[in-house]
Design a protein around this ligand. Structure first.
Ligand code: PLP
Length: 384
């Protein structure tokens, strides 16, 4: 049984679970049925059908996701990008204008710059760290402001509080990609955001075995996003719903370890002679340390650092390190390492990368759930 006074760890396990339990089943069974008997719903979106995101597996997840961020409503989607694109298209129409943070997840950046203009939707990039500069970019047609909880791969934390307040003052919808923080470390609804978006592929599922997304927030907006998602067809399969539900049940204990382990690894790296700098929101050296402490309950498992000795040194580290897997993505039980100059940002020319602060020797780490001591011993030998 769940009630709204329960703490996050209890909600993660019990919120959204059907009452009474289905045939006494302790977990929500997988409803592998494309359609359901007609039960008197009025409109198209009430037809019980997997694509319309309303099977028992979807409904259980929707309630759980909402409870995780203390929000009015939740919606699960086939991927993080399905959630992000459906949310933007639900909030914006032809002729509308969007203010959006300049350092963005690559898929979002491409959608905004390549696809939104085809719908007649314009945008301006904003320096999300400089709230004073936003007013000058506001137009009569501006409808929304979009930010990310932490930037990739430098873990910059923009003025999130100001973004939600700016939206309220100017009648805009505020959207945030909360993937890097997870609901454990940051709950956007509590800070006045209208919509929080997730790639559940990352921390929410946490086991690197499905792709999924979520939109969480104001009930009227989540319903609009659901209708858009219903039309676009990006619904999550019931079996993946089951896996995501299972993953979320352990989110709070997993995040606790990610938070603690990454902080220990970040401090180790910061004290190492072969490391030039470490980017991690939990370090005293983080440029927005006060803001980070005010906003977040933990600092996630994501960090990046620059090895002394440029590209060669970074390549040597990645070659020598044995526990982390060299793979993109993040937020799973296994630690992962990437070299942004060679992967996510390889399409950019070196000068543009430098402007963004992404040096050739930058290494991004998703700290997993392995023993922290083993990771540190492994990093130590790789940096020798
Ligand atoms: C991975 C990611 C996405 C995209 O999610 P998918 O599940 O791959 O579609 C969006 N935003 C951020 C911050 C991400 O890390």
């Amino acid at each position: 049984m769940h009630n709204s006074t329960h703490r996050l760890a209890t909600r993660a396990i019990h919120a959204g679970e059907p009452e009474p339990r289905i045939m006494g089943s302790v977990t929500v069974p997988i409803f592998q049925s494309a359609m359901f008997e007609t039960a008197g719903g009025e409109g198209y979106h009430d037809i019980r059908y997997i694509r319309l995101n309303n099977t028992p597996n979807h409904q259980a997840l929707h309630a759980k996701l909402a409870a995780m961020e203390g929000a009015e409503a939740g919606l699960v989607a086939a991927s993080g990008m399905a959630a992000i694109t459906s949310a933007l298209l639900a909030v914006l129409s032809t002729g509308d204008h969007l203010l959006i943070q300049d350092s963005l997840y690559g898929g979002t950046h491409d959608f905004v710059t390549h696809d939104l203009p085809d719908f007649g939707i314009s945008y301006d990039f904003i320096d999300a760290d400089d709230a004073g500069s936003w007013k000058g970019k506001l137009k009569p047609t501006t409808r929304a402001i979009y930010v990310e909880a932490m930037s990739n791969p430098l873990l910059q934390v923009t003025d999130l509080k100001a973004a939600a307040a700016f939206a309220k003052e100017n009648g805009l919808v505020s959207l945030i990609d909360n993937t890097f923080a997870s609901p454990v470390n940051f709950r956007p609804a509590e800070w006045g955001f209208d919509l929080s978006l997730h790639s559940c592929t990352k921390y929410l599922n946490g086991h690197s075995d499905i792709v999924a997304g979520a939109a969480i927030g104001r009930k009227d907006l989540v319903e609009k996003v659901r209708h858009k998602l219903n039309h676009l067809g990006g619904s999550l399969d019931p079996h993946a719903c089951f896996l995501l539900d299972r993953g979320i049940k352990t989110l709070v204990v997993r995040m606790k370890h990610h938070n603690e382990s990454a902080l220990t690894v970040a401090r180790f790296l910061e004290g190492h002679a072969a490391v030039a700098r470490v980017n991690y929101p939990g370090l005293d050296s983080h440029p927005r340390r006060r803001r980070v402490e005010e906003l977040f309950d933990g600092f996630s498992g994501m960090l990046s650092f620059e090895a002394k000795g440029g590209l060669k040194a970074a390549e040597r580290f990645i070659e020598r390190v044995t526990i982390p897997i060299k793979a993109p993505s993040l937020g799973g039980v296994e630690s992962l390492v990437t070299q942004p100059a060679r992967t996510s940002h390889s399409g950019m020319n070196p000068e543009d990368r430098k402007l963004l602060g992404i040096s050739d020797s930058l290494i991004r780490v998703s700290v997993g759930l392995e023993a922290t001591e083993d990771l540190i011993e492994d990093f130590e030998q790789a940096l020798k």
